[in-house]
Ligand binder design. Structure first.
Ligand code: GDP
Ligand code: MG
Length: 311
């Protein structure tokens, strides 16, 4: 079940946050300044950063205006305000009106790009896509092409590749031509890891995008930036700095299972208007979940489905 996997993948973040919240809400305490300050600390500890502080400010205001009087009303307030900040995030991908839908995957080294591509391909297959094609655009390392080839083989889908050191724009060109010729539904292009500060590599990425655009007008339909969720604040910075340069359309937060820093999603939303589209919850081929704001917030707050939600 979708909900189950997302919930399980957020275990570490939930444990961190829920333990603090349980302590706060467990003791039959009064809603007062001290309570609100402690709440802010708990949220801060779960990497909610600025968002946590802002929500506690909103809560203080509501409390002073007597819109809220008791601690029992706080969880629902938190939930509503957290959800509002994730508006627009959902695990849907843009599609080409006709012809291949092209998804370009970018990000820094080791963030989880190649693995996320395999998982995404698997998910598209399960959703009914018959013809997929991968493009081995990380020509920097031989191992990268091998890694993607292995996944393609396991998934039973085609891959376009060239020798190590080849121009990634040439691979993109070949991959687009093949996608058109073979009537492919989805073409997913891998890229080498790069930092937004590496000008030549960013230029190279620009060239890949231009080649794709020329081959298939309207493409790439998605440019997904993969972020390593375990890096917390660093992931937030990467989203901010990279997104503007590379025309990113959505984010994939990989390795969410390995971190208690899931709250960084909110920090990312504070900094960039990009939607979070998928989260990685493990190393296996099935471990990619479409992002759901409700699923995410309920999982980290430990709200059970059907539990009291006054909003
Ligand atoms: N636990 C966990 N590991 C992941 C996840 N996504 C990727 N990884 C691991 O992160 C490492 C780097 O992934 P890779 O896809 O090669 O990164 P790339 O350099 O960006 O292509 C590999 O060991 C992956 O198995 C995830 O969602 N959860
Ligand atoms: Mg890779």
């Amino acid at each position: 079940m979708v909900f189950g996997k997302l919930f399980a993948g957020l275990k570490k973040t939930r444990e961190k946050l829920a333990a603090g919240l349980a302590r706060l809400f467990g003791g039959g305490r009064k809603l007062d300044e001290a309570f609100l300050d402690e709440l802010e600390e708990v949220l801060y500890g779960a990497d909610l950063g600025l968002t946590g502080s802002k929500i506690v400010e909103e809560l203080k205001l509501a409390w002073r205006k007597r819109e809220i009087a008791e601690t029992s009303e706080v969880p629902a307030f938190l939930r509503t305000r957290l959800l509002a900040r994730l508006a627009g995030c959902e695990g849907r991908l843009a599609r080409a009106a006709h012809g291949p839908t092209v998804i370009l995957v970018v990000g820094v080294n080791g963030s989880g790009k190649t693995t996320s591509i395999a998982k995404l391909a698997r998910r598209l297959q399960k959703d009914g896509a018959q013809k997929l094609l991968l493009g081995a655009g990380d020509t920097f390392r031989a191992a990268a092409v091998e890694q993607l080839s292995l996944w393609a083989e396991r998934l039973g889908i085609g891959i376009v590749k060239q020798a190590t050191g080849a121009d990634p724009a040439a691979v993109a060109f070949d991959a687009c031509s093949a996608a058109k010729a073979r009537g492919v539904e989805y073409l997913i292009l891998d890229t080498a890891g790069r930092l937004h500060t590496q000008k030549n590599l960013m230029d190279e990425l620009g060239k890949v995008v231009r080649v794709v655009q020329k081959q298939l007008p309207g493409a790439p339909h998605e440019v997904l930036q993969v972020l390593d969720a375990t890096t917390g604040q660093n992931a937030i910075r990467q989203a901010k700095e990279f997104g503007t340069v590379a025309g990113v359309t959505g984010l994939v937060l990989a390795k969410m299972d390995g971190t208690a820093k899931g709250g960084a999603v909110f920090g990312i939303r504070e900094e960039v208007p990009l939607p979070v589209k998928f989260i990685g919850v493990g190393e296996g081929i099935e471990d990619l979940e479409p992002f759901s704001a409700e699923g995410f917030v309920d999982a980290i707050l430990n709200f059970e489905r059907g539990s009291s939600r006054s909003s």
